[in-house]
Design a protein around this ligand. Structure first.
Ligand SMILES: Nc1nc2c(ncn2[C@@H]2O[C@H](COP(=O)(O)OP(=O)(O)OP(=O)(O)O)[C@@H](O)[C@H]2O)c(=O)[nH]1
Length: 315
């Protein structure tokens, strides 16, 4: 075997260990005391190097929420002789917390008994901050991906997801599920007359009214697309859904949004036409048919003169 040409002396080892950003340490397993900790600990956590005496100092300077699991995990891994790492919040002498990643190596005697633990503590606060920020953005994005940007109601994607879930739930429980489709009357004329931005404001006002009209916790008011909205009413039969639809119609009429571009003889206000359909989902019927039937009711409301509710109950 060729001799190792690199044989640094103890001082070189020490200089190397104590010039890294990571904090080296050693714990004697029998006494559970620190036999060494790098002076860098003071720069990172503020506590003096000499104040790290036993494992109790280490635990006491840990966030209370992290103490139990970190200690359990590290002790059980060490007892089994397994190298490991743990992330936890360490308390600084100024009373703040710093995220630490502790990377631990288990040293055993020739008989296989645990003799000591050695390791490095890394300050990972910056990385944790980035991770937490990314997590916050991911959650925000998830919310936004289900939200209509204009009205802040649920969007078509959320509607599809919720309808599919409620359909399954109603089928299992044999309960009645209702759907309302709401379409703004003469909205093309409204946009042409008042401009697209005022049209947008009008859609926002309608969204607010619909939210007030269908306010049970499981009801979902969504923007179905363009000037059309949809309301899912779980555990609601046809009569109850018709009442909700009529309330929507009335609220929007009473919101008194001027619409001077309606055809002659019509009320000069923004109104809506609503189609209502209720069913107890069974084997044959599909969500698609449910939607189509509701759409036909809404279309019938338009045909019959608008500003009205047309409903149908599947038997
Ligand atoms: N301002 C605005 N207008 C929209 C939006 N989405 C759809 N629209 C408009 O809504 C209008 C819908 O027109 P149509 O489908 O002809 O319906 P309508 O004029 O309401 O007629 P009826 O439904 O038969 O009473 C179109 O002019 C679209 O441009 C939106 O986000 N903002």
């Amino acid at each position: 075997m060729t001799p190792d040409p690199y044989q640094p002396d103890l001082n070189t080892y020490r200089a190397l260990l104590e010039s890294t950003k990571a904090i080296p340490w050693r714990i004697d397993w029998k006494t559970m005391t620190f036999s060494y900790i790098g002076p860098q600990i003071e720069t990172v956590l503020g506590w003096e190097q000499g104040s790290w005496r036993s494992i109790d100092d280490w635990v006491a300077r840990m966030h209370p929420e992290d103490q139990a699991w970190v200690v359990d995990f590290c002790v059980s891994q060490s007892q089994s002789g397994v190298d490991h790492e743990a992330d936890y919040r360490a308390l600084t002498s100024a009373g703040e917390y710093v995220w630490i990643r502790d990377v631990v190596h288990v040293i055993r005697t020739e008989d296989g008994d645990v003799e000591a633990l050695v390791g490095f503590m890394f300050d990972i606060s910056e990385r944790k901050k980035t991770e937490q920020e990314l997590e916050r953005l991911r959650k925000e994005l998830e919310v936004l991906s289900f939200q209509d940007g204009l009205t802040e109601l649920g969007n078509r994607r959320l509607f599809d997801k919720v309808l599919s879930r409620e359909w399954g739930d109603a089928r299992r429980k044999r309960s009645s599920l209702s759907l309302i489709l709401v379409d703004v009357d003469h909205f093309k004329e409204y946009n042409d007359h008042y401009g697209h931005l005022v049209g947008d404001d009008c859609l926002k006002k309608i969204a607010t009214e619909l939210l007030q009209a269908a306010a049970r916790p499981r009801d979902l008011v969504a923007r179905f697309g363009g000037e059309e909205f949809a309301i899912i009413l779980p555990e609601t039969n046809a009569q109850a859904a018709q009442t909700v639809a009529e309330r929507c119609r009335e609220r929007i009429e009473q919101a008194d949004i001027e619409h001077l571009a309606v055809p002659e003889g019509k009320l000069p206000r923004v109104t809506v036409s609503l189609g209502v359909h209720a069913c107890i989902p069974a084997g044959e019927g599909s969500i698609r048919e449910f939607l189509d039937a509701t759409d036909r009711c809404m279309y019938a409301a338009k045909q019959q003169g608008r500003n009205r509710v047309v409903w149908m109950e599947a038997v």
